[in-house]
Design a protein around this ligand. Structure first.
Ligand code: NAD
Length: 346
């Protein structure tokens, strides 16, 4: 699809920002790059895009119809607030913010000003997820009863040479599992309550290296979710979904969703069921649910362009990003207090 009619700026030309820049340039919609680091200027020149050092310069230029905010998380709210006040739609990288109250204020401001906000939980745009969601809604596994999600990885030790990666907020819960939590919310709906245990006893950093969550959804589905950046294992979205070529693929599944009439493994897309009568004495069969391979980051940018043009409502709105962050906030509180924490309305 050619989206060259829409002018998108990318703010923050770091690890993920560079991928947004590449994709936007290929789609023909990149108009500007914003980053105080002068290296970004060369990148802008390379793509024939304008270069700005700050959000203020970008807004003053009047060039962008929409902005992808891929700065470090602690700057998401300030930068996006400026965009919203200028009436410019934003796609904010996940997590929407590092503080829940600031995220709430931003979502309210955008709603009051009728400026579309999206949050970069891009996995929802993966055709695997869209196919799984459609099958669940068709009822192929019956009523959802339980789900299990694993995000077990081993981050190489030099990953932690960057000091902030050893600090609170940079652990695998907010960096990685937030994506899995967002998908479980997409499949199972709003969350009722959360329990969590966490540990830092392997890496001994000032942040969790491992955590296990129990979640009850409002529809009574219960989920177990676990994350670790210190386990050598093949079961994580990163190593199974083939989304990013930097990760070798293990051809395993990292999610299992169980219902009254069958189960679904993702991303191997095996749908397990009995042929006729249900029961543990009956043979189990599996069929593969067909999907196509598309880069969800590209699909997300195309969708953002459609949102800017008023042709679509955000698939992952600011409110959705806020609700996902709220689950993590509740999980931290549950671990701190050793109790079940209820997720109250946003
Ligand atoms: N969706 C995903 O899978 C995914 C993957 C990685 C990171 N992220 C998220 O993306 C965000 C960025 O992460 P990263 O790893 O790319 O960070 P990074 O540190 O690699 O890059 C951040 C960039 O932002 C620039 N920057 C800093 N302040 C700025 C400002 N005020 N205005 C414009 N640019 C500014 C920095 O110079 C740097 O180039 C984080 O919120 C992170 O959680 C999402």
């Amino acid at each position: 699809m050619n989206k060259s009619d829409t002018a998108i700026a990318v703010m923050g030309a770091g690890l993920i920002g560079k991928r947004h820049i590449e994709h936007s340039a290929k789609l023909g919609c990149l108009c500007a790059i914003v980053d105080p680091d002068e290296n970004a200027k060369q990148l802008a020149q390379h793509h024939g895009a304008a270069y700005f050092r700050s959000v203020t310069e970008l807004i003053d230029s009047g060039l962008a119809q929409g902005v992808i905010v891929a700065t470090p998380t602690q700057y998401h709210v300030d930068n996006t607030t400026a965009l919203v006040k200028a009436g410019i739609p934003a796609l904010i990288e996940k997590p929407i913010a590092d503080k829940l109250d600031e995220a709430k204020q931003l979502v309210t401001l955008a709603a009051d000003n009728k400026v579309p906000l999206m949050v970069g939980h891009h996995r929802r745009f993966n055709p695997l997820i869209q196919a799984a969601k459609a099958k669940i809604e068709e009822g192929v596994i019956g009523n959802l009863v339980a789900a299990n999600a694993m995000c077990w990885l081993y981050k190489p030790d030099d990953y932690f040479d960057v000091p902030w990666r050893q600090q609170p907020g940079a652990g695998p819960l907010l960096t990685n599992l937030i994506h899995d939590i967002d998908l479980m919310r997409y499949f199972c709906g709003d969350v009722d309550s959360v329990q969590m245990l966490q540990s830092n006893s392997t890496r001994n950093h000032n942040v969790e290296d491992t955590a296990a969550l129990l979640i009850r959804f409002k529809n009574n589905t219960v989920a177990t979710m676990s994350v670790s950046d210190t386990i050598v294992a093949p079961w994580s979205w990163e190593m199974t979904a083939n989304e990013n070529p930097v990760y070798p693929n293990t051809n395993q599944s990292c999610y299992v969703l169980g219902g009254t009439h069958g189960s679904l493994a993702i991303p191997d897309m095996q749908h397990w069921h009995n042929a006729e009568d249900r029961g543990w004495y009956e043979p189990m069969h599996s069929d593969t649910i067909p999907t196509e391979a598309l880069d969800p980051l590209i699909v997300q940018i195309e969708h953002f362009c459609n949102v800017i043009e008023g042709k679509a409502e955000p698939l992952v709105s600011g409110l959705e990003g806020l609700k996902t962050l709220q689950v993590l906030d509740a999980a931290y509180e549950a671990a701190r207090t050793g109790s079940t924490v209820f997720v109250t309305g946003t």
